[in-house]
Design a binder for this molecule. Sequence first.
Ligand code: PLP
Length: 371
Amino acid sequence: MFQGLPEYPWQKLKPYEQIAKNHPAGIVDLSVGSPVDPTPKIIQDALNNASSAPGYPSTAGSVELREAIVEWFGRRRGVQGLPVDQVMPTIGSKEMISWLPLMLGLGPGDVVVQPKVAYTAYVVGAALSGAEIVSEDDPEKWPSNTKLIWLNSPGNPDGKVLDVPELRAALKRARELGAVLASDECYAELGWGRWEAERIPSILDPRVCEGDFTNLLALYSLSKQSNLAGYRAAFAAGDLTLIKALVNIRMHSGLMMPAPVQKAVTVALGDEAHVREEWEIYRKRREVLLAAVKAYGFEVADSEAGLYIWATLGEDCWATVQRMAELGVLVVPGEFYETSGSEYVRFSITATDEKINEGAARLGNALGFKS
Ligand SMILES: Cc1ncc(COP(=O)(O)O)c(C=O)c1O
């Protein structure tokens, strides 16, 4: 049996979940980033209408789906002229992230770079392939044997957005190294503040890559923007050679997006209204929770896009998790996202309005950290 993966970190949160559950008014679980609002009707209908699917689906994606992805990249991400054979569906983004190093043929002696504070799947992918993981944001410090670089903008857990100059610097260094640059962009439609008016740039944005997609991959998921986490609906786009090779491996190994989901994604990508509605719901939840988190005494870092508030009381993250659990509020310790997060916790805004209001009220009624 493969032994290279540690126990799933969320097990460590269980005792704190129990403390929070013991709160007389019940738990307010702000730990998970799993959407709670219903899947929009228009997407449910598309799935239902495609429910007869006797034959195998296309691994590369139906032409209709790929055209919808290309159109979406042009309309929403400012990426024009992406050919249809340079996009492909994935079964959610997580499998793609976890298997990409292996699919690229990486192994011992190779380095996979991830952000200093990082979503947990990048390290899993490195471990599955036997490559070394290096957590480093400064492109100049990426080692010479780097073969794959993960960017995550907007970031989980910190909500940090990489702007055009930052993406260009990453791309320049990746080109020097001859490494694949993969950008995980699944929160790109959920910008706040500056990013409500300005488009969050993709790695494929012409201001970044000037139309040259060599060695680039952009990953996007409908889990968050469309409440589709249960459908496993995502896609990747970029370098022609990479996409072709990945489709080939995926075809051999049976990694196909189910046909009804392909239909549902096609419809979802064409509809902006539901994305806007969900954005508005999250905007309000974030406003309520952010104010309460700050009033309690937290310092908030980044958190300029996405579904999380990344905050610190300047103490060990587990002490903060305990403090919050005693209020019946469950948050995630930053340690889950690499050591540089060890004084931070992550609050998720993917809870119902009622739960967000309740969580905010509990923080407000508590004496607060500074008092
Ligand atoms: C940064 C990031 N990437 C990828 C994913 C995976 O998304 P999915 O597999 O649902 O597409 C998540 C989910 O939380 C995430 O936060």
